[in-house]
Design a protein around this ligand. Structure first.
Ligand code: CA
Length: 385
């Protein structure tokens, strides 16, 4: 009887505790769910533990070479995460125009972006060092500086105020000096020339007497065809052939003094990155590293065949920039660099790190890469006895 009374007394209490526990558990689940939904800043939510990112790029959609780094990154992430993180890649103009990628990712309109840091030099003057500078480091040296010489840490410091985490996003290797509609025989020939040439090289070109214009890749063909510009640089034979630039300019100059080892960027909105579990963060990090290396591999494999095609099948006139033009451009580069580091403390800080690494790499490459390339030409091209 007493037990019955107790049971009667406690049953409502037990039910109350059970209901309260259930409410608490559901509440926690809903909070967790909402949190996971919130991390999907730009894409529709999937089930719990799965994420969707939007990645915008400064390249035309499905553009070979430069564009494939973004596609490769997306594929690597998908495969490594077994589909838990899907990265949807958009070409220039699909969500925002090419030159709004930085702001859009910074503001969370998209979770990630792929482009080149020197496009943002008006906003972050130090950003030129993270793509390339005239007469600066080649691809191998840039990768060394970024990953073992403090370059990447400085880049993260420079982008931190914009809520962005940058990664090295692929290197083209040394580029071509560009496409011209007339021959360049002296520095005088650059005077009054209107050329698409971004980054610090644009300032150098202006210092040398030309007019530098900022145009995204997807608009170069038409700009050159309609005479909006007289010359343009883009990348190298493989990517330039894909853009059809040989159809609108005849002279193809080398070497790419202005872009000796251009490094592209992969930027991630910090909130989107922080919201991922640690294993997906690691996957993003290493997928970026793999996509970075893959681009250099692809350009190394494809550039020469493309150059042969341009010269042999399309009548392209290959020319080397004269030594005195190179020297004049170098002198102009030194002047422009001096102005940049005097005006911007962060640029000065990055330049100090860049230069120290470059001096060391250049000294060592005298007896390693450079010495070997000279030696192999000497013996391979030596007359047979
Ligand atoms: Ca270029």
């Amino acid at each position: 009887m007493a037990a019955g009374t107790l049971e009667q007394r406690f049953t409502p209490l037990v039910i109350l505790v059970l209901v309260a526990t259930l409410v608490l558990v559901l509440g926690l689940w809903a909070t967790g769910r909402a949190k996971e939904d919130n991390v999907v800043t730009a894409g529709p939510a999937m089930e719990v533990g799965r994420y969707q990112w939007k990645m915008i790029t400064t390249w035309p959609k499905n553009f070979p070479g430069l564009g494939s780094a973004a596609e490769n990154f997306s594929r690597y992430v998908d495969e490594m995460s077994a589909g838990r993180l899907k990265v949807h890649v958009y070409g220039a103009g699909e969500i925002v125009p090419a030159f709004e990628v930085f702001d859009a990712v910074s503001q969370g309109v998209a979770d990630a972006g792929h482009g080149a840091s020197y496009y943002w030099k008006g906003k972050v003057p130090a950003s030129v060092f993270f793509t390339t500078i005239p007469f600066g480091m080649n691809a191998q040296e840039m990768n060394g500086w970024f990953h073992y010489g403090g370059g990447l840490e400085l880049w993260r410091e420079a982008y931190a105020p914009f809520n962005l985490i940058p990664f090295a996003g692929g290197s083209t290797g040394v580029q071509m000096a560009g496409w011209f509609n007339r021959e360049i025989n002296s520095i005088e020939d650059l005077k009054g020339l209107k050329m698409r040439i971004p980054g610090l090289a644009g300032d150098v070109f202006a210092e040398a007497g030309g007019t530098a214009v900022r145009i995204p890749g997807g608009e170069l063909y038409t700009s050159l065809q309609t005479g909006v510009i007289d010359a343009t640089e883009w990348v190298g034979p493989y990517n330039d052939l894909a853009l059809g630039l040989h159809e609108v300019a005849k002279y193809y100059y080398y070497p790419g003094w202005h872009e000796p080892g251009s490094m592209l960027e992969l930027i991630v909105n910090k909130d989107s990155f922080d919201a991922l579990p640690e294993d997906l963060q690691a996957i993003v990090t290493y997928a970026a590293r793999a996509a970075n290396q893959d681009m250099l591999d692809e350009f190394t494999a494809r550039n020469n065949a493309a150059l042969q095609d341009l010269v042999n099948n399309h009548g392209v006139q290959l020319r080397r920039l004269p030594d005195d033009v190179m020297l004049a451009l170098y002198r102009a580069s030194e002047k422009v660099m001096g102005q940049l580091v005097a005006q911007d403390p962060m640029a000065a800080k990055v330049y100090t790190s860049y230069k120290k690494f470059y001096d060391g790499a250049r000294a060592y490459h005298h007896i390693s890469e450079q010495s070997y390339i000279n030696a192999r030409d000497q013996v391979i091209d030596a007359p047979t006895e």
